[in-house]
Design a protein around this ligand. Structure first.
Ligand SMILES: Nc1ncnc2c1ncn2[C@@H]1O[C@H](COP(=O)(O)OP(=O)(O)O)[C@@H](O)[C@H]1O
Ligand SMILES: [Mg+2]
Length: 314
């Protein structure tokens, strides 16, 4: 018997000092991240922060300028073929063909992985069942909802039963219900042992799915933590107050600690630390003679994360 790996591979993905520029523009300025085998890492960042660029490098579609990236124990630049053998990718742009049925799409992909006719049909049927698409299997994909399309994309990337799966913004543009359905599919994949690196612009998505969250901005990692720790740092709900007068915005900012000011929208936002703090905040403005036209509570967003992270650094 040949024992190839005497030790278990505990790191599915290991990235150190990864850099990439396009033309003169530096997109990745030295990214470090590690995805333990069997876990889900969320790569969180705003539009244009380099999430797709990172995924393309890790899936061997793009060469890095510098640094190292090991995926499934193999170097992405020197051992691309070995890397491709153990990964799956659901790209940001859909890869399935709208003019084919769901079943035809999966059989086509199975063919690309060199599965023979019968095997391809069996694998396609299995995946349709697993991703809850059996009832729609013989319909053209152009008639699918956004959520169904994403599930089919995901099914296509699971044809070869990859150990490591990359999902690039899998739920962007989906309605809340389709997002929730996709989340449960992703959780099942994780439970079955697949290691997942997922990119997202949504803080709540990272919170729901991830074991660990890496936040990137301006080509750098600005946070690498558990969702719980990140949430503690970011705080709970936001109280958004629209003032009657734009001129009052700076005064409100002076009266309240750590307020986020948006003079154009006449809005002042603070993280709420419970009902008493909420009442105190409104009382403070009232006593200062600052009129509040409208109040709302909302969940923290990615913008709030960056506000907190940069406030903490300052
Ligand atoms: N092939 C390319 N050529 C030139 N610029 C690119 C290319 N790919 C990405 N970029 C630029 O790199 C930056 C990061 O892009 P991307 O990785 O797609 O970000 P994200 O996926 O986080 O939205 C953007 O400013 C984008 O315009
Ligand atoms: Mg992207």
């Amino acid at each position: 018997m040949n024992v190839i790996h005497s030790t278990p591979l505990t790191e599915a993905v290991r990235v150190r000092g990864l850099t990439k520029s396009f033309g003169g523009a530096r997109v990745l300025a030295g990214i470090d991240l590690t995805v333990p085998t069997g876990s889900l890492l969320a790569l969180l960042g705003p539009n244009g922060s380099g999430k797709t660029t990172t995924v393309r490098i890790l899936t061997t579609l793009l060469a890095p300028d510098g640094g190292s990236a090991i995926v499934g124990g193999h170097d992405v630049t020197r051992e691309g073929v070995a890397v491709r053998r153990v990964i799956g990718l659901t790209a940001q742009q859909a890869t399935v063909d709208g003019l084919l049925t769901g079943r035809e799409n999966l059989e086509l992909f199975a063919g690309l992985y060199h599965l023979g006719g019968r095997q391809a049909r069996r694998r396609a049927a299995e995946l349709l069942e697993r991703f809850d698409l059996t009832a729609a299997a013989n319909r053209l994909v152009s008639t699918y909802s956004g959520g169904m399309r994403r599930r089919l994309d995901l099914a296509a990337s699971m044809i070869s039963n990859p150990r490591i799966l990359f999902l690039d913004e899998p739920t962007t543009g989906l309605d809340p219900r389709s997002r929730a359905e996709l989340w449960s599919v992703i959780r099942e994949l994780l439970a079955s042992g697949t290691t997942i690196l997922l990119t997202t612009q949504y803080l709540d998505e990272a919170d729901h799915l991830a074991d660990r969250v890496v936040v990137i901005n301006g080509g750098r990692v600005v946070a690498d933590d558990s969702p719980a720790a990140l949430k503690r740092q970011v705080g709970s709900e936001r109280l958004v107050m629209r003032l009657s007068l734009a001129d009052d915005v700076p005064r409100a900012g002076a009266a309240l600690a750590d307020a986020h000011l948006d003079p154009d929208a006449r809005e002042v936002t603070v993280a709420v630390q419970g009902p008493r703090h909420l009442r105190k905040t409104l009382d403070l403005l009232d006593h200062a003679g600052i009129g509040v036209e409208h109040v709302a509570l909302r969940a923290p967003t990615l913008d709030d994360v960056f506000f907190e992270l940069t406030a903490a650094a300052a």
